[in-house]
Design a protein around this ligand. Structure first.
Ligand SMILES: Nc1ncnc2c1ncn2[C@@H]1O[C@H](COP(=O)(O)OP(=O)(O)O)[C@@H](O)[C@H]1O
Ligand SMILES: [Mg+2]
Length: 253
Protein backbone atom coordinates (compact mmCIF):
# COMPACT_ATOMS: atom_id res chain seq x y z
CA UNK A 1 0.00 0.00 0.00
CA UNK A 2 1.05 3.57 -0.46
CA UNK A 3 2.09 5.84 2.40
CA UNK A 4 0.79 9.38 2.43
CA UNK A 5 1.74 12.05 4.96
CA UNK A 6 -0.27 15.24 4.68
CA UNK A 7 0.64 18.44 6.49
CA UNK A 8 1.71 16.59 9.64
CA UNK A 9 2.92 18.38 12.75
CA UNK A 10 4.31 17.00 15.98
CA UNK A 11 5.78 18.93 18.87
CA UNK A 12 7.35 18.08 22.18
CA UNK A 13 8.27 20.33 25.08
CA UNK A 14 6.93 23.35 23.21
CA UNK A 15 9.25 22.70 20.24
CA UNK A 16 7.86 22.01 16.77
CA UNK A 17 9.84 18.96 15.67
CA UNK A 18 7.79 17.85 12.66
CA UNK A 19 6.53 21.02 11.09
CA UNK A 20 3.91 20.59 8.37
CA UNK A 21 5.46 17.65 6.52
CA UNK A 22 3.81 16.19 3.42
CA UNK A 23 5.28 13.21 1.56
CA UNK A 24 3.89 10.46 -0.66
CA UNK A 25 5.36 7.06 -1.39
CA UNK A 26 3.70 4.99 -4.09
CA UNK A 27 3.03 1.34 -3.48
CA UNK A 28 6.20 -0.75 -3.78
CA UNK A 29 8.52 2.26 -4.02
CA UNK A 30 11.37 3.30 -1.74
CA UNK A 31 11.66 6.84 -0.41
CA UNK A 32 14.96 7.98 1.09
CA UNK A 33 14.56 10.35 4.04
CA UNK A 34 17.62 12.57 4.30
CA UNK A 35 18.62 15.52 6.41
CA UNK A 36 21.13 16.68 8.98
CA UNK A 37 21.12 15.30 12.54
CA UNK A 38 18.08 16.51 14.43
CA UNK A 39 16.07 17.40 11.31
CA UNK A 40 13.15 15.17 12.35
CA UNK A 41 13.68 11.93 10.41
CA UNK A 42 13.26 9.55 13.35
CA UNK A 43 10.35 11.55 14.73
CA UNK A 44 8.54 11.33 11.41
CA UNK A 45 9.07 7.56 11.16
CA UNK A 46 7.65 7.12 14.67
CA UNK A 47 4.55 9.06 13.65
CA UNK A 48 4.06 6.90 10.55
CA UNK A 49 3.88 3.69 12.58
CA UNK A 50 1.86 5.52 15.29
CA UNK A 51 4.38 5.03 18.06
CA UNK A 52 3.49 8.71 18.47
CA UNK A 53 0.30 10.51 17.53
CA UNK A 54 0.30 13.45 15.16
CA UNK A 55 -0.64 16.82 16.61
CA UNK A 56 -2.29 17.78 13.33
CA UNK A 57 -2.41 16.50 9.77
CA UNK A 58 -3.15 13.05 8.40
CA UNK A 59 -1.05 9.95 7.75
CA UNK A 60 -2.66 7.33 5.52
CA UNK A 61 -1.75 3.80 4.48
CA UNK A 62 -3.53 3.25 1.21
CA UNK A 63 -6.74 5.22 1.71
CA UNK A 64 -6.99 4.66 5.45
CA UNK A 65 -6.08 7.27 8.06
CA UNK A 66 -3.85 5.46 10.58
CA UNK A 67 -5.57 7.36 13.41
CA UNK A 68 -8.64 5.25 12.59
CA UNK A 69 -6.78 1.93 12.29
CA UNK A 70 -6.72 -0.59 15.16
CA UNK A 71 -3.19 -0.86 16.55
CA UNK A 72 -3.01 -4.55 15.69
CA UNK A 73 -3.72 -3.79 12.02
CA UNK A 74 -0.84 -1.30 11.97
CA UNK A 75 1.44 -3.80 13.73
CA UNK A 76 0.59 -6.48 11.16
CA UNK A 77 1.43 -4.40 8.16
CA UNK A 78 4.00 -1.78 9.19
CA UNK A 79 7.45 -2.97 10.26
CA UNK A 80 9.81 -0.47 11.87
CA UNK A 81 13.50 -0.91 12.54
CA UNK A 82 14.49 1.81 14.97
CA UNK A 83 17.80 3.63 14.90
CA UNK A 84 18.91 2.24 18.23
CA UNK A 85 16.93 -0.97 18.39
CA UNK A 86 17.76 -2.91 21.53
CA UNK A 87 17.03 -6.46 22.51
CA UNK A 88 17.35 -8.44 25.71
CA UNK A 89 20.70 -10.16 25.90
CA UNK A 90 19.83 -13.76 26.72
CA UNK A 91 18.04 -14.62 23.50
CA UNK A 92 19.12 -16.19 20.25
CA UNK A 93 19.02 -14.75 16.76
CA UNK A 94 16.08 -17.06 16.01
CA UNK A 95 14.17 -15.78 19.06
CA UNK A 96 14.57 -12.19 17.88
CA UNK A 97 13.48 -12.90 14.30
CA UNK A 98 10.51 -14.95 15.54
CA UNK A 99 9.27 -11.84 17.37
CA UNK A 100 8.40 -10.48 13.93
CA UNK A 101 5.55 -12.99 13.80
CA UNK A 102 3.94 -11.75 17.03
CA UNK A 103 1.31 -9.45 15.47
CA UNK A 104 0.13 -12.30 13.22
CA UNK A 105 -0.47 -14.79 16.02
CA UNK A 106 -3.14 -15.00 18.68
CA UNK A 107 -2.08 -15.54 22.31
CA UNK A 108 -2.89 -19.26 22.12
CA UNK A 109 -2.36 -19.98 18.45
CA UNK A 110 0.31 -22.59 17.68
CA UNK A 111 3.42 -21.79 15.71
CA UNK A 112 2.68 -22.65 12.07
CA UNK A 113 4.60 -23.70 8.98
CA UNK A 114 3.85 -20.25 7.54
CA UNK A 115 5.52 -18.64 10.58
CA UNK A 116 8.57 -20.86 10.06
CA UNK A 117 8.70 -20.04 6.36
CA UNK A 118 8.58 -16.28 7.04
CA UNK A 119 11.34 -16.53 9.66
CA UNK A 120 13.58 -18.67 7.46
CA UNK A 121 13.11 -16.42 4.44
CA UNK A 122 13.95 -13.38 6.58
CA UNK A 123 17.15 -15.00 7.91
CA UNK A 124 18.18 -15.86 4.34
CA UNK A 125 17.45 -12.33 3.11
CA UNK A 126 19.98 -10.88 5.56
CA UNK A 127 22.48 -13.70 5.03
CA UNK A 128 22.26 -15.11 8.56
CA UNK A 129 20.52 -18.51 8.43
CA UNK A 130 23.54 -20.26 9.94
CA UNK A 131 23.50 -17.86 12.91
CA UNK A 132 19.99 -18.80 14.09
CA UNK A 133 21.22 -20.39 17.30
CA UNK A 134 23.77 -17.72 18.24
CA UNK A 135 23.19 -15.65 21.38
CA UNK A 136 22.30 -12.03 20.73
CA UNK A 137 24.93 -10.55 23.02
CA UNK A 138 27.70 -12.34 21.09
CA UNK A 139 26.82 -10.61 17.78
CA UNK A 140 28.71 -7.66 16.32
CA UNK A 141 26.91 -4.33 15.84
CA UNK A 142 26.41 -4.98 12.14
CA UNK A 143 25.09 -8.48 12.74
CA UNK A 144 22.60 -7.13 15.28
CA UNK A 145 21.46 -4.60 12.71
CA UNK A 146 20.87 -7.37 10.17
CA UNK A 147 18.96 -9.44 12.72
CA UNK A 148 16.66 -6.49 13.46
CA UNK A 149 16.06 -6.12 9.74
CA UNK A 150 15.29 -9.85 9.57
CA UNK A 151 12.77 -9.45 12.41
CA UNK A 152 11.08 -6.70 10.40
CA UNK A 153 11.02 -8.87 7.25
CA UNK A 154 9.61 -11.86 9.20
CA UNK A 155 6.66 -9.61 9.96
CA UNK A 156 5.93 -9.79 6.16
CA UNK A 157 5.02 -6.10 6.17
CA UNK A 158 3.42 -4.17 3.35
CA UNK A 159 5.13 -1.01 4.65
CA UNK A 160 8.69 -1.01 5.94
CA UNK A 161 10.27 1.87 7.87
CA UNK A 162 14.03 1.75 8.40
CA UNK A 163 15.87 4.30 10.52
CA UNK A 164 19.51 4.44 9.43
CA UNK A 165 19.65 0.70 8.74
CA UNK A 166 23.15 0.82 7.33
CA UNK A 167 24.81 2.23 10.47
CA UNK A 168 27.35 -0.27 11.75
CA UNK A 169 27.32 -2.24 8.48
CA UNK A 170 30.39 -2.79 6.36
CA UNK A 171 30.07 -1.60 2.77
CA UNK A 172 29.21 -5.04 1.40
CA UNK A 173 26.30 -5.39 3.79
CA UNK A 174 25.19 -1.78 3.26
CA UNK A 175 24.88 -2.51 -0.45
CA UNK A 176 23.19 -5.85 0.16
CA UNK A 177 20.62 -4.49 2.60
CA UNK A 178 19.70 -1.52 0.41
CA UNK A 179 19.55 -3.66 -2.72
CA UNK A 180 17.27 -6.08 -0.85
CA UNK A 181 15.02 -3.32 0.43
CA UNK A 182 14.70 -1.71 -3.00
CA UNK A 183 13.66 -4.99 -4.61
CA UNK A 184 11.21 -6.14 -1.96
CA UNK A 185 7.55 -5.72 -2.92
CA UNK A 186 6.98 -3.36 0.02
CA UNK A 187 6.50 0.37 0.32
CA UNK A 188 9.55 1.60 2.13
CA UNK A 189 10.81 4.74 3.83
CA UNK A 190 14.46 4.60 4.76
CA UNK A 191 16.31 7.28 6.71
CA UNK A 192 19.88 7.44 5.46
CA UNK A 193 22.95 9.62 5.83
CA UNK A 194 24.85 8.40 2.79
CA UNK A 195 23.55 10.53 -0.07
CA UNK A 196 25.20 8.41 -2.74
CA UNK A 197 23.64 5.20 -1.45
CA UNK A 198 20.31 7.03 -1.24
CA UNK A 199 20.64 8.17 -4.86
CA UNK A 200 21.60 4.67 -5.95
CA UNK A 201 18.76 2.74 -4.29
CA UNK A 202 15.83 5.09 -3.62
CA UNK A 203 13.12 5.90 -6.16
CA UNK A 204 12.55 9.30 -4.59
CA UNK A 205 14.12 11.40 -1.84
CA UNK A 206 12.75 13.84 0.72
CA UNK A 207 15.19 16.20 2.40
CA UNK A 208 14.31 17.44 5.88
CA UNK A 209 15.68 20.51 7.59
CA UNK A 210 14.43 21.67 10.99
CA UNK A 211 11.29 19.57 10.71
CA UNK A 212 10.28 20.70 7.23
CA UNK A 213 10.63 19.13 3.77
CA UNK A 214 12.94 21.45 1.86
CA UNK A 215 13.25 19.34 -1.30
CA UNK A 216 11.56 16.21 -2.64
CA UNK A 217 11.51 14.24 -5.86
CA UNK A 218 13.78 12.10 -8.02
CA UNK A 219 17.37 11.92 -6.69
CA UNK A 220 18.81 13.75 -9.71
CA UNK A 221 16.36 16.62 -9.24
CA UNK A 222 16.86 16.88 -5.49
CA UNK A 223 20.60 16.43 -4.96
CA UNK A 224 22.14 19.61 -6.30
CA UNK A 225 25.27 21.50 -5.32
CA UNK A 226 23.05 24.31 -4.08
CA UNK A 227 21.10 21.96 -1.77
CA UNK A 228 24.29 20.40 -0.44
CA UNK A 229 25.52 23.80 0.58
CA UNK A 230 22.19 25.18 1.87
CA UNK A 231 21.04 22.15 3.87
CA UNK A 232 24.14 20.13 4.66
CA UNK A 233 26.64 23.00 4.80
CA UNK A 234 29.15 21.33 2.50
CA UNK A 235 30.55 22.06 -0.91
CA UNK A 236 29.86 19.33 -3.40
CA UNK A 237 29.70 18.69 -7.08
CA UNK A 238 26.91 16.43 -8.30
CA UNK A 239 27.35 14.43 -11.47
CA UNK A 240 25.68 11.50 -13.15
CA UNK A 241 27.32 8.15 -12.57
CA UNK A 242 28.47 6.43 -15.75
CA UNK A 243 27.88 3.12 -13.99
CA UNK A 244 24.31 3.26 -12.66
CA UNK A 245 23.03 6.40 -14.35
CA UNK A 246 21.93 7.91 -11.04
CA UNK A 247 23.50 11.01 -9.59
CA UNK A 248 26.67 10.91 -7.56
CA UNK A 249 27.83 13.47 -5.04
CA UNK A 250 31.51 14.39 -4.89
CA UNK A 251 32.37 16.29 -1.74
CA UNK A 252 34.86 19.15 -1.82
CA UNK A 253 36.86 20.70 0.94
N1 LIG B 1 10.50 13.23 22.65
C1 LIG B 1 11.19 14.33 22.36
N2 LIG B 1 11.14 15.39 23.18
C2 LIG B 1 11.82 16.53 22.89
N3 LIG B 1 12.58 16.68 21.80
C3 LIG B 1 12.67 15.65 20.95
C4 LIG B 1 11.97 14.42 21.18
N4 LIG B 1 12.25 13.59 20.16
C5 LIG B 1 13.07 14.26 19.33
N5 LIG B 1 13.33 15.49 19.83
C6 LIG B 1 14.17 16.52 19.18
O1 LIG B 1 13.64 16.69 17.88
C7 LIG B 1 14.67 16.94 16.95
C8 LIG B 1 14.57 15.91 15.83
O2 LIG B 1 14.97 14.65 16.33
P1 LIG B 1 15.00 13.36 15.42
O3 LIG B 1 13.65 13.15 14.87
O4 LIG B 1 15.57 12.27 16.25
O5 LIG B 1 15.99 13.82 14.27
P2 LIG B 1 16.87 12.97 13.24
O6 LIG B 1 16.36 11.56 13.28
O7 LIG B 1 16.65 13.64 11.93
O8 LIG B 1 18.28 13.08 13.69
C9 LIG B 1 15.97 16.87 17.72
O9 LIG B 1 16.35 18.19 18.02
C10 LIG B 1 15.60 16.11 18.98
O10 LIG B 1 16.39 16.49 20.06
MG1 LIG C 1 17.30 9.84 13.72
Amino acid sequence: MSISVHDVCWSSGGLMIVDGISIDVSRGKTLGLLGPNGSGKSSLLRLICRLRNVKSGVISLGNTDIAAMPRLDIARRVAFVEQQATTEAQVTVLDVVRLGRTPHRGPLSPWTAADDAAVNAALHHVGMPERAGQLWHTLSGGERQRVHIARALAQTPSELLLDEPTNHLDIQHQLEILALVSRLPVTCIVALHDLNLAAMFCDTLAILQRGKVVAAGAPEDVLTGELMSRVFGVHAHVERSAYHGRCHVQYRL
